[in-house]
Design a protein around this ligand. Sequence first.
Ligand code: HEC
Length: 182
Amino acid sequence: MEWNKIIAAILVGLLLFMGVTLMSESLFEGEEEVLLGAGEEAASETEEVMVAAGPTFNDLLVQAAANPSAGSFNKCKACHTTDQGGGHRLGPNLFEVVGSTLGSKEGYSYSSAMASKGGAWSYEALNAFLESPVSALPGTKMTFAGIRKVEERAAIIAYLRTQSSSPLELPEVAAPAEEAGG
Ligand code: HEC
């Protein structure tokens, strides 16, 4: 009888011990899950905030066209004139180039890539060409690295647009908020 009681007491003790250990482990697991869940939510919220679209090329072009600056053309002056009847330099005279057919200035000897390309110098085509002349028109002889900043390209194209007797219409964009003031 005595031994039976002692063995039973030890077994009950063991069972209790195992039970407490299991319970506390599962409590900890629960806590960890809650913490992880909160972290993931916070991360996806910041991602959403960061995806805010900037102005498009057309927005920037219209903004620049409100106040065109000849200074934006400084990088191009070594090779191009823009005045009516201006001479060709290393590159052709660019009077009325916006909207004109590619490679169509009289008296200038274009690369065959430019001469045979066809199509018109839309704002988009100019934007792509000025970003990287050789990628936009492989074989061009305009040896110019290109302009990486879209704001700068928009400013140059807005200025080129003014070098014309009838500037090409600007693209339609949603009116900026300041315009209401005048
Ligand atoms: C190193 C000289 C050089 C510089 C700098 C240069 N260009 Fe040119 N550009 C050329 C040459 C050469 C051509 C003719 C390309 C061909 O025939 O392939 C050309 C062609 C062009 C054309 C096409 C003209 C047409 O009649 O179809 C445009 C537009 C143009 N350049 C704009 C610019 C602008 C804007 C800049 C300044 C950001 C600039 N270029 C800077 C040499 C230059």
